[in-house]
Design a protein around this ligand. Structure first.
Ligand SMILES: [Zn+2]
Length: 366
């Protein structure tokens, strides 16, 4: 019997994110049967669309649907992992910083996918501020993530047109700060995780403990980047507004989010004959069970950015970096690489709301 007591850090779009605290979990038995993954003390409240404020939404996943997805996610990965894979290695595949949602809805007005009811913001803050992974663990994460963030640093320079200064919201172990520094950028970080921030400072970077809203530095920057983090914030629009207020004229905001439009398009297929394909695509890209607070879409993000005075310059559809590793069976690693190579071509297709792209990056200028 494996008793799984550690809630995972999120696995983000191109790189793993922050570490979550120890929480009382139901055990998972050695047949890898999923039982439950939700602490007993979570409090919920009713929500409205965070983008347009509208309460008019349709349900896209009931609590039974979500449970079935989480079980499907567990079955998907347990077929692909080697026997005796340590519980710590199950993180990022079947468990994330965010609990599975109780229920998911989609705003009829702007297309945002969100949880309703939603966990109270205080629960959320605790999930991100308390954790303290070991220094060795943070160093290993830093190295892995720095390599994958090279793409974002390069795309940012290409889109912005030059190098400059910036703030990264959710800088965690400083991987993007380092990748950007290597390419001539000067980024400072902002993160609520003081432990991760201490590690990042030890690498020579400037990091603020807290939120962007609480960062009282008067200096203006060229870019605010929010990679794989906006979807987990209690009030993403407030953070986008704070980002705008920190930008110099002509400044740019760079966002990477899980694509709610892709999830909403594919999840109805889970009850059809195309289910194995849809389940595989969602699972390999960490969308199955939707472990995020918000599923922004290119159009709902465009809407809120326009309201804040931004003009979207570039939208990039993307897939998650391969998550297979030494604990993954060989055939499954090959399967994932092939699927993502083909999938990337589909994800880049300029379809409406990039519905085939599980992850999207949006670059917008003030
Ligand atoms: Zn809306």
């Amino acid at each position: 019997m494996i008793v799984w007591t550690h809630r995972a850090r999120k696995l983000s779009g191109r790189a793993v994110g922050r570490q979550a605290p120890l929480l009382p979990h139901e055990p998972i038995d050695d047949q890898h049967t999923f039982r439950a993954c939700r602490p007993v003390s979570v409090a919920y409240e009713l929500a409205r669309c965070a983008v347009c404020g509208d309460a008019n939404a349709r349900e896209i996943a009931s609590s039974d649907d979500v449970r079935a997805e989480v079980e499907g996610l567990w079955a998907f990965h347990s077929a692909r992992l080697r026997p005796h894979t340590p519980p710590a290695q199950l993180m990022d595949r079947v468990a994330f910083s965010q609990h599975a949602p109780l229920r998911l809805v989609r705003c009829r007005e702007c297309g945002l996918v969100y949880r309703n009811p939603v966990e109270r913001a205080t629960e959320l803050a605790e999930a991100y501020t308390d954790s303290s992974p070991t220094t060795e663990r943070m160093r290993a994460l830093h190295e892995t993530q720095r390599a994958s963030y090279a793409s974002q640093a390069a795309r940012l320079a290409e889109t912005f047109g030059r190098r400059g200064s910036g703030i990264e919201v959710g800088s965690y172990v400083g991987a993007f700060l380092a990748a950007a520094h290597e390419r001539g950028w000067q980024f400072a970080g902002v993160d609520v995780n003081a432990c991760a921030n201490a590690f990042t400072r030890s690498l020579g970077f400037r990091v603020h403990d807290g939120t962007l809203e609480s960062f009282d530095d008067e200096r203006r920057v060229d870019v605010v980047a929010i990679w794989n983090c906006l979807d987990q914030l209690p009030d993403p629009v407030a953070t986008l507004r704070a980002a705008r207020d920190r930008l110099a004229p002509g400044g740019m905001i760079a966002l990477r989010v899980p694509n709610g439009a892709c999830y909403a398009a594919l999840r109805p297929l889970l009850t059809t004959r195309a289910a194995p394909l849809a389940r595989g695509w969602l699972a390999e890209n960490n969308l199955l069970g939707f472990p995020y607070r918000f599923g922004f879409t290119p159009s709902s993000l465009g809407r809120v950015l326009a309201r804040l005075g931004f003009r979207v310059e570039r939208i990039v559809g993307d897939v998650l970096v391969p998550i297979g590793d030494e604990w993954t069976r060989r055939w499954a690693r090959i399967e994932e690489r092939v699927a993502k190579r083909v999938g990337l071509l589909v994800a880049r297709a300029p379809l409406n709301d990039r519905i085939m792209a599980p992850w999207v990056e949006v670059y917008a200028r003030l």
